[in-house]
Design a protein around this ligand. Structure first.
Ligand code: HEC
Ligand code: HEC
Length: 218
């Protein structure tokens, strides 16, 4: 009897760790996708994904607007992967779109699929640089918001409930403008969300908003 207890406890922990690291894998996939997109794809598709990159005018076929979900939302992840990899059935995508499978590993294409999904399904446009936003977040927000879920170390000392920034339905209720004002000025009343306008620049606030958008995306 005792032996089986010894066995079960580590097994439970292992499952918990697996579950939580899976969710982390999702956040970091979107962020990794952003990083690869901004080095390899922006030149044609533009930093915001709308297809207006610096090279766009020089191409015969206009790069796709990756924020337009009318066609893209019909594609499965597998089809999107093949389009980026360059193995989609002939004629399905313009030959002006490079075959990325020749240059980057599959794991990176997976992250790009997540980010392209984010681009055409996010409710609010990408407002800044989420990689810089992560630095801001790690420096100023984790004390209370933890890794995004609102369970920072200070919640063990004070009775407070910082917002869960990974909760898509809660975050989608707040527009970029509203979120900007919450971060700059804090929330009113007795809640303990401070204002950051004396600490963060306007751009840093945009960056941290774009990071929150990425970690709350499914
Ligand atoms: C040299 C320019 C160029 C670069 C760089 C580029 N693309 Fe494209 N992309 C295009 C063109 C042109 C199309 C075709 C548009 C069409 O057929 O309507 C396209 C189409 C696509 C499509 C299909 C959209 C649809 O509606 O079917 C996806 C997805 C895509 N690109 C993702 C990416 C990703 C991810 C990267 C970076 C790894 C990337 N592209 C880099 C030019 C480019
Ligand atoms: C001292 C603790 C603390 C720190 C540090 C902190 N927050 Fe908060 N934050 C809170 C609390 C508490 C709430 C919940 C407030 C409420 O419900 O009105 C909150 C809520 C929020 C909300 C959502 C408000 C809503 O209406 O749901 C956003 C967005 C937010 N914080 C962003 C940030 C960002 C970005 C940073 C770092 C620059 C940050 N917070 C740092 C405590 C903190």
């Amino acid at each position: 009897m005792k032996q089986s207890m010894v066995w079960k406890t580590p097994a439970c922990f292992a499952i918990l760790i697996l579950l939580s690291s899976n969710a982390f894998a999702e956040f970091s996939k979107n962020l990794e996708g952003y990083r690869i997109f901004s080095t390899n794809c922006f030149v044609c598709h533009g930093a915001d994904g709308t297809g207006n990159g610096p090279l766009a005018d020089k191409l015969e076929d206009k790069p796709a607007d990756l924020t337009d979900n009318t066609e893209l939302s019909k594609l499965s992840d597998r089809e999107l992967f093949q389009i980026i990899e360059g193995t989609a059935p002939h004629g399905e995508v313009s030959s002006a779109m490079p075959k990325w499978g020749l240059a980057i590993p599959h794991t990176q294409i997976d992250s790009l699929v997540s980010y392209v999904r984010y681009l055409h399904s996010a409710k609010y446009p990408v407002s800044g640089n989420p990689l810089k936003g992560k630095e801001v977040y790690d420096a100023y927000c984790t004390l209370c918001h933890g890794n995004g879920r609102g369970k920072g170390i200070i919640t063990r000392l004070y009775d407070m409930e910082p917002a869960d920034h990974t909760d898509a339905s809660a975050m989608n209720k707040i527009s970029n403008e509203k979120m900007h004002s919450i971060i700059a000025n804090g929330t009113s009343g007795s809640t303990l969300m401070p204002g950051w306008k004396a600490v963060l620049s306007e751009n840093e606030i945009k960056d941290v908003i774009s990071y929150i958008r990425l970690i709350s995306a499914k």
